[in-house]
Design a protein. Sequence first.
Length: 324
Amino acid sequence: MSVHRVVALVLPPQSTFELACAAEVFGVSRPGLPARYDFEVCAERRGSVPTLAGYHMAVDQGLSALAAADTVVIPGWQHSGQPAPPAVIDALRQAHRRGARVVAICSGAFLLAQAGLLDHRRATTHWRMAAELADRFPGVQVEPDTLYIDLGDVATSAGSAAGIDLCLHLVRADHGAAYAAQIARHMIMPPHREGGQLQYATHAAPDRLPDSLAPVLDWAAERLHEPLTVDDLAARARVSTRTLARRFADQLGVSPGRWLLRQRVTAAQALLEESDLPVETIATRVGLSSATNLRRHFHSMVHTTPATYRRSFGRHTSGSQPSS
């Protein structure tokens, strides 16, 4: 399998966290995990680049590195209110025209907008800057309450940890859910947050902290093979279904039913990748009862069939082709 080349374009003063989001997912070698990405950093000019953390970093690649990138990452842009250097805009447009995937984390969306890559398209950024992005670039369809948006050739994310969510999502798209889950496990990160989730939880009353959903989520994740319902989750949390739905909306931005269905489909993806089990068996193991039910929900969420997904990402070899 060919290695996918990811190049992060840094812009002074560079945010160290946004850059680390991409570097941690795409650039770290992990024991027992095959390397699927080659990660590099470039700048408009080679040399010393200041960071927001008060130190400088040495960058030995210029804009020419973008000419061979499969994915270009813009890990934030602190001068988003100013015109970008013409050479940067030109290199970014050329990479996109050549077929490179262009990814913006947080304020990096402003650079993509200046380059015209978001014209009449959906995009997101940190919720604090969403109104500014929409005001300065009225042709961009800004979605402020979204973690990330992947349009295939262009992707944008909200700020901070949402950059990791987007990078893990791209790994899933490139190499499947099981490979992405292994990276997330090394990072002690949840393997998947849907892009449509809210960027931040609503505020609780000042005299009361919200009850964490973590215990019930962990409990449910270990029992996907069982016929769990929203009522079961509410009973486990010792709250009414209405209260549970409110907590899911506040903390995750999705309904309990949607969350549970996503966990089942994600578990099915891993089994399709790592086993030769028939789809009917997989459906039973993830609690979707039948192959027909699995195919319907799988296509709705993954936008392909289990058979096609297995052909793309399956790692199991056997003498016969499993039924899908």
